[in-house]
Design a protein around this ligand. Structure first.
Ligand code: UDP
Ligand code: 7WV
Length: 458
């Protein structure tokens, strides 16, 4: 009996947009499904597969698809539009091929869990008569803003100084995703994020990597429009519910950790270090890097600063040596280990959603310095809704000056509100942990998803 069921396990195929911030949450969701008895396969591009040459984690099965640029990926394409078009054309074929390959085996694909950037995956799934689930890697607030814009209920660019969105505090233009205030900046990405909504009324599931308790009102609003399930945080289990013993770190990392990080941290007092990172994609201007460097120095706090290899040339000459007594600069950090360390006092972050959610899950106060896309809205939520920190002010030239950087660090590390930020962060940490634990909001939603895809199997 058990064997029969084992053989007829439902099988999901997950397809992330090929960047770190989308691959990690979808791989993590696959691990979670595997822990609940679902077979989970993750399709990554040939380029990423060949770059990483990954070993299987023994739980999630890895497959490859082509984006049409097998040698260099996105950097090989002549434009954003050309890349997205190729990904859709080549990816649709590759997805069909994979579905056909498994049809008639013991593990036919039951459901395609596709990145919400790929609404075309639903057409392929429906062609083969299987289920589709759109997987959002951004907050529900951001998704809902794009939903309203797609349906003409929010004009782009926005015209009024204060925007009222059900479930969110009144927002200024700068608090919305960057594409809403200046759609001309990235027209192809604007189209991408709006088109996420083109067939949400036909998809079988909308899965969002967020936590109900973090965004309850806006989730209630958007859940009226589509079959929405919150399933986050997709942070490795050891840091949250601790029910999946091997799930201790992200797999498929496109960068290597600097091994000196943990030793350096271990010599520092509790809550004394500012952790600074802008994620995997941000490019700061030379002048902004310089302001940040001198601002960190001026704060006089210990700091651990992630400067990716491609950004290193923008550091002031000799800076790393000059600040060696207080600061360590690494090319990439084991961020989960860092954020969970008791020596971290705050996270100076670009507010990418993975980083923000990781900090909420670990109970770490934040200073937001958003760059583009969804980040400005997350910085707003950090300051105004979750109240776990502040957002830096940008001056008329678009720069965050060293005095502002040092001042906000001191405010969060030593100021009057320090305790409030820490207490709030600890409260969210508890709620996030409960959500992912047995019978919590995310756990129940994942169980509902598993039970529905299983009962679709005949
Ligand atoms: N990250 C890391 N080490 C670093 C910097 C980032 O492991 O030095 C991880 C981080 O934990 C997060 C991801 O990279 O999971 C970045 O995703 P996020 O959504 O925050 O930003 P993006 O890279 O998409 O801008
Ligand atoms: C990669 C490319 C484009 C975008 C994103 C990532 C994101 O914001 O997640 Br719009």
């Amino acid at each position: 009996m058990k064997n029969m069921r084992e053989n007829r396990r439902s099988h999901i195929l997950a397809i992330p947009y090929p960047v770190q911030g989308h691959i990690s949450p979808m791989l993590q969701f696959c691990r979670r499904l595997d822990s609940k008895g679902v077979k989970a396969s993750l399709a990554i591009t040939n380029h990423i597969f060949n770059t990483l040459n990954p070993k299987s984690d023994g739980h999630v099965h890895l497959l490859t698809i082509s984006d049409g640029f097998d040698d260099g990926g996105f950097s090989e394409a002549e434009s954003i539009a050309a890349y997205l078009a190729s990904l859709e054309a080549t990816g649709s074929h590759a997805l069909g091929d994979i579905i056909e390959q498994y049809a008639g085996t013991d593990n036919p694909i039951t459901c395609v869990v596709y990145d919400s950037f790929f609404p075309w995956c639903l057409n392929v799934a429906k062609k083969y008569g299987i289920l589709g689930a759109s997987f959002f890697t951004q907050t529900c607030g951001v998704n809902y803003v794009y939903y309203l814009a797609h349906h003409g209920k929010l004009s782009m660019p926005v015209s009024s100084p204060l925007i009222d969105i059900p479930g969110l505090p009144p927002l200024e233009i700068g608090d919305l995703p960057s594409f809403v205030g200046s759609p001309e900046s990235y027209p192809d990405y604007v189209e991408l994020v709006l088109k996420q909504n083109s067939n949400l009324d036909q998809t079988d599931f909308v899965l969002v990597n967020t936590v109900y308790e973090l965004e309850d009102k806006v989730i209630d609003a958007m859940a009226k429009e589509c079959p929405l399930l919150t399933i986050g945080p997709t942070v490795p289990s050891i840091y949250v519910d601790n029910r999946i013993s091997y799930d201790r770190e992200y797999g498929l990392s496109l960068y290597h950790h600097d091994p000196t990080t943990t030793n350096w941290l271990s010599t520092k007092p509790p809550r004394s270090v500012v952790y600074v990172s802008f994620g995997s994609m941000a490019n700061l201007s030379n002048e902004q890097m310089e302001e940040l460097a001198w601002g960190l120095k001026q704060s006089d706090c210990h700091f651990l600063w992630v400067v990716r290899a491609s950004e290193e040339g923008k550091l002031p000459k000799g800076f790393a040596n000059e600040v060696a007594a207080k600061g360590l600069i690494v090319r990439w950090s084991p961020q989960l280990e860092v954020l969970s360390s008791e020596v971290i006092g705050c996270f100076f972050t670009h507010c990418g959603w993975n980083s923000t959610l990781e900090a909420l899950a670990m109970g770490v106060p934040m200073i937001g310095m958003p760059q583009w896309t969804d980040q400005p809205m997350h910085a707003k939520l950090v300051e105004a809704v979750w109240r776990v920190g502040v957002r830096v002010n940008v001056n008329k030239e678009g720069l965050v000056r060293r005095e502002e950087i040092a001042g906000r660090i001191i405010e969060v590390m030593e100021g009057e509100k320090r305790k409030e930020f820490i207490d709030n962060a600890q409260m969210w940490k508890g709620l996030v942990k409960t959500a992912m634990s047995q019978d919590g909001s995310s756990d129940r939603n994942i169980d509902e998803f598993v039970s529905k895809i299983s009962s679709s199997m005949k």
